[in-house]
Design a binder for this molecule. Sequence first.
Ligand code: FES
Length: 183
Amino acid sequence: ATTETRRADVTDDPGRRDFLLYGTGAVAVVGTGLALWPFIDSINPTADVLALSSTELDLTPVAVGQRVTVTWRGKPVFVSHRTEEEIQLAVAADDDPKLINPATDASRVQNADWLVVVGICKHLGCVPLGQKSSDSRGRYGGWFCPCHGSQYDTSGRVRHGPAPLNLALPPYTLKADETVVIG
Ligand code: FES
């Protein structure tokens, strides 16, 4: 009899019933919000996230013949201050249609002095290593992939597989010869 009386007290009192209903709902809403917060926070394009979408590099200290690697969206990007010889080689290779890379071709890019390519091998995604010079043993003076031996020349064109494609190009803008904005 005591239990039935208590149950009747709870369900028959409209004020108490509403309190329990709203209270339970509020706890559920707060709990769901807390559980989802990491997800909501991760898709929120805050200023920090937007800032990560582009990378700016000061080019003034990068001498002719020098290369630097910067990180853009977690990927390495090779920025090369090409020598006159490298620029000439990039144009000359146009004779072979396989070697045309319109975006890095010295005769077509915005500023032939600079090469900007994503430093990820187009075979299986390793990071190629820079080579100092070309030689008769099949090196092209650009980049060499240590994973399976692909060779890229100084314009980022693949000259020896297994990589099937030239190094990719990120979107970038050169501001005079002073700054490159990648992304
Ligand atoms: Fe570069 Fe295979 S990942 S050659």
